[in-house]
Design a protein around this ligand. Structure first.
Ligand SMILES: NC(=O)c1ccc[n+]([C@@H]2O[C@H](COP(=O)([O-])OP(=O)(O)OC[C@H]3O[C@@H](n4cnc5c(N)ncnc54)[C@H](O)[C@@H]3O)[C@@H](O)[C@H]2O)c1
Length: 278
């Protein structure tokens, strides 16, 4: 069930140090919610903490790898130890990898699935039972991607992981139907964040720096600010919608897939060529 107000509610956000997670922390804090922020990047949580507390709410930072089952169990236990149960849980942490399937190693598949799928699974597994037991309307936002609706060339593992989040969230929604906990699948489109800084282990050796620069320029010009997603996530936590399609090309792509898979494929290839994914 969606929450009725965000004032004095507890919002847990993973991947809160950057991009969409950071914007979400500030957007929910502006509505009076207290923020529990988890990220691998402890350093970047510090300035976020100053921004959040300046809005007059509490901030608790945690350094956590969402892919690590034990760490996520401990994180949940630490958050709830003093009776604080999330009113809103945002499983947002995620990573990208760019490269053609056959040009890429297999190690990145394990990493992308571990963070993007198991990170969301861990968040739900360790927090949702407490949310149900505490009673009252509570809401989960699982961050998938438009790429989970229409997969993108050069993003095989990423697209697969996001389709997994979408599918998992649908199952969870059905299984929680008799509880007060509702679930939104968040599918952002093109959002201008550091996630497209593909290099090192996040890109195949055949991906040139020029292609990455082209892609980043594309996200800057065609993408939107993560604040747009954050504001839409605030609305979704209050109206409890099943699916949030937010940012450029998210809605267009979703409805095109329903109209014609063939047209969707042609449009996706064209956009991938224009942006630098192909
Ligand atoms: N930017 C986009 O265009 C876009 C589009 C669709 C979906 N998304 C999704 O939105 C979410 C946020 O992405 P973003 O664009 O804000 O990226 P980002 O890189 O700006 O932020 C991701 C954050 O997650 C953290 N993180 C990464 N791995 C982690 C781990 N194992 N444990 C804990 N924290 C970890 C990073 O340190 C970073 O702070 C991701 O799930 C991403 O897949 C982004």
């Amino acid at each position: 069930m969606p929450v009725k107000t965000l004032r004095d509610k507890i919002v847990v956000i993973t991947g809160a140090a950057s991009g969409i997670g950071r914007a979400a922390a500030l957007a929910f804090a502006k509505r009076g919610a207290h923020i529990v922020a988890a990220d691998l990047n402890a350093g970047a949580l510090e300035p976020l903490g100053r921004g959040v507390t300046a809005l007059g709410v509490r901030f608790r930072p945690f350094t956590v790898d969402v892919a690590d089952e034990k760490a996520m169990k401990e994180f949940s236990a630490a958050v709830t130890a003093d009776g604080a149960v999330p009113d809103v849980l945002i499983n947002n942490a995620g990573i990208g990898y760019m490269g053609a399937f056959l040009d890429s190693d297999l190690a990145h598949w394990r990493r992308v699935l571990a963070v993007n799928v198991m990170g969301v699974v861990h968040g739900c597994y360790f927090f949702v039972p407490g949310m149900i037991a505490a009673g009252g309307p509570r809401h989960v936002l699982n961050v998938a991607s438009a790429a989970g609706n229409f997969p993108v060339p050069s993003l095989a593992a990423y697209s697969t992981s996001k389709a997994g989040v979408k599918s998992f969230s649908e199952v969870l929604r059905m299984e929680l139907r008799d509880t007060e906990v509702s679930v939104t699948t968040v599918c952002p489109g093109i959002i201008d964040t550091p996630i497209v800084s593909f290099s090192g282990t996040n890109a195949a050796p055949t991906v040139s720096a020029e292609r990455v620069a082209k892609l980043q320029a594309y996200y800057k010009t065609k993408g939107c600010s993560p604040d747009v997603v954050a504001e839409d996530m605030v609305r979704a936590s209050l109206d409890g919608r099943d699916m949030l399609l937010t940012g450029p090309s998210a809605k267009f792509g979703y409805y095109l897939t329903r109209l014609s898979p063939r047209l969707t494929r042609a449009a996706t290839i064209r956009i991938a060529q224009e942006s630098g994914y192909l």
